[in-house]
Design a protein around this ligand. Sequence first.
Ligand code: ZN
Ligand code: ZN
Ligand code: ZN
Length: 358
Amino acid sequence: MNNEQTNNKDKNQSEVAQSQNATSESFGGEVKSIGKHEAASVKPSNSEFPPPSVDAVPIPAPAPLQGDSGFPQPTMPPQETQKIPQPAMPPQSQQPTFQGSTKKESQFKAGISGAATKIKNMPIKTKIIASGGLLAAIVVIVAILFATHVLCFHDWEEATCYEPKTCTICGQTEGDPLGHYVEEWTTDVEPTCSKTGSEHGNCVRCGLEINREIPLAEHTPGEWKVTEEYTITSTGTVVPGTQTQYCSVCGAEMDTKSYTIELTMSQENALQRAASYLDTMSFSYSGLIDQLEFEGYSTEDATFAVDHCGADWNEQAAKKAQDYLDFMSFSRSGLIDQLMFEGFTREQAEYGVAAVGY
Ligand SMILES: [Zn+2]
Ligand SMILES: [Zn+2]
Ligand SMILES: [Zn+2]
């Protein structure tokens, strides 16, 4: 085979040489004799060997191109290269954890675990190639997530009076602004119970001067005063009255309460006695006290009873005047004198005589 090739090659070279220069000396007769019949025809006839016939030199059929005369047969790529590396993730437990769980991230995770399963079923060499591709894909995706601030290793800047705690990278905030904080206040106007005061101070964080109102001061409790007297019925029942407390500074009403008294037995009996007298007779204020004292009640109990018996002393004077006129005749002045003797005041007596016609 080698010989045939060499011959073949020589023949080709001699053809080239003939076309360039038919008389070239660089080729021997032998070569020519082997080469072509044209060359053989010019061969000297004294040669021991008959000129080889062209047919004697077997010209091999062109061999399939190989070696230096051809290109390397393209070998098919290994079967595995036809498979495109699929992104895959390490097993679930080794997956990196990402902040948040947006839809985008869930899809990303699902894609990664699907790819991981595919890689698991591949040959080892393919696995290495696929894993490399996967790693690159993960790096790119993570880089995109960081670049778009879906993921962020927050760099927090502390909250201020005006701004909440804020990430300097992605701008995310946490909590509320702190607001101003004044440690020492200086009073400008003292408050009273009727007028608010004011004070100022500087914020310990930003230095801003803050002014604020001081609320009204408390009222100063003063005395209790009776605003509605208790009353006592003619049968001795006490109806409570009302007392009110006022601020001693501004006079504002602060509190009210009802008040009442407990009657002693003699007070209660004196009251009942006074009432029964008034049902049948007429009395002046002092006349009724005298009558109760006469019955044995102390001056205090008698006075207490007459004070609370509810009588209208003008009406009593009028009644008394009529009693006298029913019994005997009186001049106007005589009747007034008589009523004043009974204990009525002049005004009550004059009211009484006028009421009966004088
Ligand atoms: Zn951030
Ligand atoms: Zn501040
Ligand atoms: Zn007050």
